[in-house]
Design a protein around this ligand. Structure first.
Ligand code: GDP
Length: 435
């Protein structure tokens, strides 16, 4: 998700991030490019306009701070604004100890039934006693589909009968809950192909009877801005509390997710990321912003790093991040867990690695071997590694000279990325990366 927008923004910010001073004209040009990138990603016109206006305003008023250059300041402002636009603090549906009734609403095909099953699995995993109510009497197969999902998850399901009134449904639900304690009831309501009055009346009637504590709209990311028009209409009629955006895995642009908060005023609670039951993630604006800008999941890395002895991670200044540091980091990280996942958490690493690069143990061992074949002097000052030295190192580690070239380039890119990331830790700040 967000690949297209991410690549564009990263290119723009890579360029500007290197500048120590920026003229007003350069800032303006950059803002124009960012606005274009947002619009191409199908971000709502006003959302994109406001985004750029806020960044510009702060950029103009902002003294270049501390160790940050002008370019880095812009990168930081864009990053912060992305988080705000995505909703700021991560929000989750309210869960009381008991009596939680959640409505799942949305158009047919949005992924409502699938998401109902996913939520059941998610909250069952958190120790909740979930009951599903199959109330989508509109789509012929929906109730059977939910029954299949309920079996997979291992939670009971109450199926609404054809022609049943909301009062009757309420009565049957109360009966059920008397016999079997359930603290979270998730109701898969009827969808339609389009918004129509009959649907809204039906939902409003059921809502009046069941008095849900949360009303979650399921929207399909692939439908872009249309998803948010749908949200507005649903909100007017049945008052939404939050959104679940599905099919983020198929949406390289991300316009719906980026505009959702500002267009609808509702938080995104979850993102659907696959057809499978496990394909549902709580939505963290800060982590998503980091991913869009290719900064790696710094928080995720810190969480794991805190569990390991990470002396090797402490790099004094990005400019001093040499090959010896890289070697120590790689070795430290290998002790920390599944390599593929971890490597992608290192800021800059996902970009520095070639497209389709498969992170495997053998490849890391090769990097280790290459750096180990260098003298300490070379590791501390890679600039001295000329053609002759490259040949020697390649021979010593059993690789081609091209592999050495690639390693040195990767190291350069990591250094650049670390310079940009310096702001995350700040002077005396906590965190991975130079501080
Ligand atoms: P409903 O009519 O809203 O209940 O839609 P369904 O739950 O039946 O989903 C419609 C289609 O979208 C199904 O083929 C689902 O497997 C698929 N789907 C739902 N959520 C996701 C998702 O997050 N990612 C992907 N790739 N497919 C999804």
């Amino acid at each position: 998700m967000f690949e297209a927008l991410g690549n564009k923004l990263q290119d723009i910010l890579d360029r500007v991030g290197r500048e120590s001073k920026l003229t007003e004209a350069q800032v303006k040009a950059t803002m124009r490019e960012i606005r274009m990138a947002l619009l191409e990603a199908d971000v709502n016109f006003n959302t994109a306009k406001d985004f750029v206006a806020r960044v510009s305003e702060k950029a103009v008023g902002q003294e270049v701070q501390g160790s940050l250059s002008a370019g880095q300041t812009i990168v930081k402002l864009v990053h912060d604004e992305l988080i705000e636009t995505l909703g700021g603090e991560s929000k989750q549906p309210t869960l009381k100890n008991d009596g939680n009734v959640w409505f799942m609403v949305g158009l047919q095909g949005a992924g409502k039934t699938t998401s109902t099953g996913k939520l059941a699995a998610f909250y069952k995993g958190k120790g909740r006693r979930v009951l599903l109510v199959a109330a989508d009497t509109q789509r012929p197969a929906a109730r059977d589909q939910l029954e299949v999902l309920s079996k997979q998850v291992g939670v009971p399901v109450l199926k609404v009968n054809d022609g049943e009134t909301p009062q009757e449904t309420k009565g049957r639900l109360d009966e059920y809950l008397k016999k079997d304690f359930r603290d979270l009831v998730i109701v898969d309501t009827a969808g339609r192909l389009q918004i129509d009055e009959a649907l809204m009346d039906q939902l409003a009637d059921l809502k009046a009877e069941l008095a849900p504590t949360e009303t979650l709209l399921v929207v399909d990311a692939m439908t872009g801005q249309e998803a948010l028009n749908v949200a507005r209409v649903f909100d007017e009629r049945v008052s939404l509390s939050g959104l679940i955006i599905t099919k983020m895995d198929g949406d390289a642009r991300g316009g719906a997710a980026l505009s959702a908060r500002s267009v609808t005023g509702k938080p995104i609670y979850f993102a659907g990321t696959s057809e499978k039951l496990a394909g549902l993630e709580p939505f963290y604006p800060d982590r998503v912003a980091g991913r869009i800008l290719g900064m790696g999941d710094v928080l995720g890395l810190i969480e794991r790093a805190e569990q390991a002895d990470l002396k090797a991670m402490e790099v004094k200044k990005p400019g001093e991040f040499d090959l010896e540091d890289l070697l120590l980091q790689l070795r430290q990280i290998r002790k920390m867990g599944p390599l593929g996942d971890l490597l992608k958490l290192i800021p800059g690493m996902s970009r520095a690695l070639p497209e389709g690069f498969n992170v495997d143990e053998a490849q890391i061992q090769r990097i280790d071997a290459m750096i180990s074949s260098m003298t300490l002097k070379e590791r501390h000052n890679p600039k001295i590694i000329d053609g002759r030295r490259r040949k020697r190192i390649a021979a010593g580690s059993g690789v081609e000279v091209q592999d050495i070239n690639r390693l040195l380039k990767m190291h350069e890119q990591m250094k650049d990325m670390m310079k940009m990331l310096q702001r995350f830790s700040g002077p005396g700040g906590k965190g991975m990366g130079p501080g």
